[in-house]
Design a protein around this ligand. Structure first.
Ligand code: GLA
Length: 353
């Protein structure tokens, strides 16, 4: 019989607006630990050995719950109902237009001002045939975020014996047709350096999305050929970011369309040659946002890694999701969740060291 080495632990993390925040953790026999906060269902840390066995946290985080909402960067938080930008805060669905709340000029970004990341979730350790998992649950109501209908949302974290962190985001549309395109805004930094400039990134994408001035998709796909966006082979992030210095963004804040030929061999692989750590991301969705934290500042960013400061390129957010604002375009994929239906999406991070 296989021995289960996965163990679970719950500790008090802190208070937010007078409410208690828990930190829930899973560990395996290889010294890998994943922890999540009931605040925002946030991915708080993934502790992993490096090639020498030294343990470090490989995702960006803050010491206090209140720090998470001090800036617009969604540090490693759960994002929903929809990741990315919705034009004019107007959701198109069933030939109707639903007015949402804007939180970036006239745009709704990452579920709007009352999205998944802004709430404290019910949390518990569950038992799945003798193996513990972390589970978050809440009802996201139309009256909170103006998206159509109420949805019942469950987020489950699992850790495997072979060092894969699996995050499942499931929703049931309770009383109306709605949309569901959640993601995790996970910023990785796999090494001891303050930036990811020494990391290499592979993304299985032949194209990325064209944007207008508000970073809204125009519907056009741009070939990555002969451009800094070509990550089809492992590519130095430092060199790619260098090649973007003549752009306004001075780095990447872009949406890649994952190739349809991808069959679970990793939509992206991030590696750090210095520490020997690598993360392979799997997801069944058709998009990946790559944000190299170009606009991180010293202000309002009490990041643990850099002792209370933030700095450009401190991490790279890799956000597996369906292409954003998908109901506006015919070829962006289906994010509609019909009334009464349940859908589950999984994002996997397989860690090697
Ligand atoms: C995503 C977006 C960025 C930015 C970050 C959070 O990566 O594409 O433009 O909004 O989220 O700040």
């Amino acid at each position: 019989m296989l021995t289960n080495t996965i163990s679970a632990n719950v500790t008090y993390f802190g208070d937010y607006n007078g409410q208690k925040i828990d930190k829930l953790s899973l560990s395996n026999g290889n010294n890998v630990t994943v922890s999540a906060l009931s605040f925002g269902a946030t991915l708080y840390e993934i502790i992993s050995p490096d090639k020498q066995g030294k343990l470090s946290n490989i995702v960006l985080n803050y010491p206090n719950a209140a720090d998470y909402l001090q800036n617009p960067f969604y540090v490693s938080m759960a994002i929903g109902r929809t990741g990315g930008r919705i034009k004019n805060a107007e959701l198109e669905l069933n030939h109707k237009t639903y007015k949402l709340e804007a939180n970036e000029g006239t745009t709704t970004l990452h579920g709007g001002p009352h999205g998944f990341n802004t709430h404290i979730w019910d949390s518990q350790i569950i038992d799945e045939a003798g193996i513990p998992a972390i589970q978050f649950h809440r009802l996201q109501r139309h009256s909170e975020d103006q998206f159509p209908g109420d949805i019942d949302v469950t987020i489950t974290y699992r850790l495997t014996e072979d060092n894969t962190v699996k995050i499942e985001l499931a929703a049931t549309a309770l009383n109306e047709d709605t949309v569901f395109n959640p993601t995790y805004h996970t910023y990785f930094n796999l090494g001891d350096s303050d930036t990811i400039l020494d990391h290499e990134l592979m993304v299985d994408a032949d194209t990325h999305l064209a944007f207008d001035a508000n970073k809204l998709p125009t519907g056009e796909f741009i070939d990555v050929d002969n451009s800094p966006f070509d990550f089809r082979k492992p590519t130095s992030l430092g060199k790619a970011i260098e090649a973007m210095q003549n752009t306004k963004e001075k780095g990447f804040d872009d949406i890649f369309k994952i190739n349809e030929t991808n069959q679970g061999q990793g939509i992206a692989v991030l590696s750090d040659p210095n520490s020997g750590r690598s993360v392979t991301i799997n997801s069944d969705r058709n998009g990946l946002v790559v944000f190299t934290a170009n606009s991180f500042t010293h202000d309002h960013m009490n990041l643990t890694k850099t002792n209370g400061l933030g700095m450009p390129y401190e991490g790279v957010a890799l956000e597996a999701q369906n292409l954003p604002d998908a109901t506006r375009f015919n070829d962006f994929g289906d994010i509609v969740l019909p009334k009464g239906d349940t859908v589950a999406h999984e994002i996997d991070y397989h860690i090697t060291f």
